[in-house]
Design a protein around this ligand. Structure first.
Ligand code: MLT
Length: 199
């Protein structure tokens, strides 16, 4: 997959996953704000929707193409194995930081593969898939930022996601804002504070 890798000074690897229409460059400032000493693996989604990169196809806004979601989640998981070998980092040190569609593919990694991620920061995520049994997520720290007035991810979606992740043993925190779907400076600051204490 098209990506940027930046070698860091500590053993953490921040996997940056952009929102619809973004690229692997978008979230580099976020990585710097969360852990400026970590390595950074920032990936571009392989799917194009009217020229806009995404991590998996959707049938309509908020309606995911489940077959493609599964295919792309497997593809990303395999890419992470290959990237760990290529760049010489520990596959089990990956912390995903995703926004919107990027948060959704990160959640899908957590839903489908045990030990896929060491921790995750999900900005405005949705439930990637319902009605499946999740792998064990015992002790995996997960931060979610959500907007009470987010038209794309209604509050209940965030609450449902938290319940599903907690049910698999994850250690989740939700940071609520009154805003909509946008990624705000205050939620990034909250994520940075959470990261210092939990990762
Ligand atoms: C998605 O399709 O993943 C979500 O609706 C968020 C978005 O990218 O608009």
């Amino acid at each position: 997959m098209k990506h940027i890798f930046q070698q860091g000074k500590n053993e953490c690897v921040l996997l940056m996953l952009h929102g619809t229409g973004g690229t692997e460059r978008d979230l580099l400032p976020l990585a710097e704000a969360i852990d400026s000493n970590a390595s950074v693996l920032s990936v571009r989604g392989n799917v194009l929707e009217n020229g806009m990169p995404r991590f998996f196809r959707r049938l309509a806004e908020g309606v995911f193409d489940e077959e493609d979601l599964l295919f792309r989640t497997k593809e990303l998981n395999e890419f992470l194995h290959d990237a760990a070998e290529e760049h010489g980092f520990n596959r089990e040190s990956i912390i995903a930081i995703g926004y919107s569609n990027g948060a959704n593919i990160a959640a899908s990694l957590l839903f489908h593969y045990e030990k896929a991620l060491k921790a995750a920061i999900l900005h405005h995520p949705m439930v990637p898939r319902r009605g499946i049994e999740l792998p064990s997520l015992t002790g995996v720290p997960i931060f979610m930022a959500a907007g009470e007035n987010d038209p794309i991810c209604p509050s209940q979606e965030t609450i449902d996601l938290q319940q599903l992740l907690d049910g698999a043993g994850a250690d989740t925190t939700i940071h609520w804002e009154q805003n909509g779907h946008m990624l705000t400076g205050t939620e990034v600051q909250a994520a940075a504070n959470w990261y210092k204490k939990n990762v």
